[in-house]
Write a protein that binds this ligand. Sequence first.
Ligand code: C5P
Length: 132
Amino acid sequence: MREVVAGAVIGDGRLLLAQRTYPTDVAGLWELPGGKVEAGETREQALRRELGEELGIEVRVGRQLGDPVPLRADLVLVALAADLIKGSPRPEEHSAVRWVETPELESMAARGELVPADAAWLDDLIELLAVR
Ligand code: C5P
């Protein structure tokens, strides 16, 4: 079983979302950025590496957010809360990034603008934003 780790990155009380460019079914939709955990890596190490490569940011990784979401028979998606500690996100592999507060996140979810797997974490994300 492979894992994909996604970061619920908080900076200045807002949540970071990144816009996907592929595959076509989710291109243009917004996600919690992250990527696959490689052999020998912890989830935390994988998330720190992916966010460095994709966005040029450093984060402090916290607790698991919500429940894992099965993507395929052999692939599961896990979200981790994280705090921005250094850098300003520059999209290397996404088409754009944005920082959102709860009302905007809710509108995006209602309009179907989040990738489907991540939309399952909406309540957890709202709770995370509420305590920051
Ligand atoms: O980003 P990457 O292509 O490595 O992601 C691997 C898989 O995880 C893809 O199927 C992607 O759609 C999914 N994913 C997701 N939500 C995220 C990050 C990745 O559904 N936040």
